[in-house]
Design a protein around this ligand. Structure first.
Ligand SMILES: N[C@@H](CCC(=O)N[C@@H](CS)C(=O)NCC(=O)O)C(=O)O
Length: 207
């Protein structure tokens, strides 16, 4: 398998999951501004919207869109228990969480990365939007569960971690959401997360 990624982007979630699964994979550090693969190929032929993640499986099939890529990866190794079995209510709960992360939480950060200056009231409005979604995560964790779906780490946690972790990069404090802050730290400390972040150049390998 090959994962097209951009350092620190949402594709980091799939990278973490590939590490969690321990299956062989290649990385392609893709230039989404120039729409070029690492080798200089036309990325738009792989991902017509120019987005990462784009996963190419061993049969050459291309899979895009975070919720689909993450569930596809989890389904490659059901024993790893990174997604509940298809057809169960638990799987629907996972899809519910993935759709929330994708269409609400992820999207709420969009203006920070639009390239346009965000200041004054505009920044406050965007921060409030992120805050509403962070409050929803806080509420999910209110019963003391370590992960979004309960006691078991799933692909939704990898995705939520990556997006919530952007708060630090854009100078947004999550201190008002202490369970969420602890949740982000918990997932950041997983060996698969550290390995992916080191590989993407986001952190140094611990001595
Ligand atoms: N709907 C897509 C959105 C993916 C997306 O927003 N990818 C961003 C990175 S997080 C991207 O590649 N943006 C293009 C760029 O940064 O130039 C999905 O869920 O996979």
């Amino acid at each position: 398998m090959k994962l097209h990624y951009k350092p620190g982007a949402c594709s980091l979630a799939s990278h973490i999951i590939l590490n969690e699964l321990g299956i062989p994979f290649e990385l392609d550090k893709t230039d989404t501004d120039a729409n070029k693969t690492e080798a200089g190929g036309d990325f738009l032929k792989i991902s017509p919207n120019g987005y990462v993640p784009a996963l190419i499986n061993d049969d050459g099939e291309i899979i895009t869109e975070n919720p689909a890529v993450l569930q596809y990866l989890a389904d490659q190794s059901p024993d790893a228990d990174l997604a509940p079995p298809n057809g169960t209510l638990a799987r629907t709960r996972l899809q519910e969480a993935l759709n929330f992360i994708s269409s609400e939480l992820h999207v709420s950060f969009g203006p920070f990365f639009s390239g346009r200056e965000l200041d004054g009231d505009a920044r406050k409005r965007v921060e409030a939007g992120v805050g509403r979604r962070a409050a929803h995560v806080e509420q999910r964790l209110a019963d003391g569960r370590p992960f979004l779906l309960g006691d078991t780490f799933t692909v939704a946690d990898a995705y939520a971690f990556v997006v919530l972790n952007w708060a630090g990069f854009v100078g947004l404090s999550l201190a008002a959401y202490p369970r969420t802050q602890a949740y982000v730290a918990r997932i950041a400390a997983r060996p698969a997360s550290i390995k992916a972040m080191v590989a993407e150049g986001l952190m140094e390998q611990a001595a």
